[in-house]
Design a protein around this ligand. Structure first.
Ligand SMILES: [Zn+2]
Length: 62
């Protein structure tokens, strides 16, 4: 079953971004996901398969 990942969710990844941060906000969902680094604000595209492997924790928005 795929992980429930929605726009606005914060994800904590196992591997940090090159800037050293490991918290990202999901900005687009679909076959590929777009997420923004909360430290350097850079947005990256990532496939669902890769993203699910990298996620350590999902923090849902209220
Ligand atoms: Zn970054």
């Amino acid at each position: 079953m795929p992980m429930p990942i929605d726009v606005g969710d914060k994800v904590i990844t196992k591997k940090p971004h090159p800037c050293g941060n490991n918290e990202f906000i999901i900005t687009r969902t679909g076959m590929d996901f777009r997420m923004r680094c909360t430290k350097c604000q850079k947005e990256i595209w990532i496939s669902r398969v890769k993203l699910e492997k990298r996620i350590k924790k999902i923090v849902k928005e209220d």
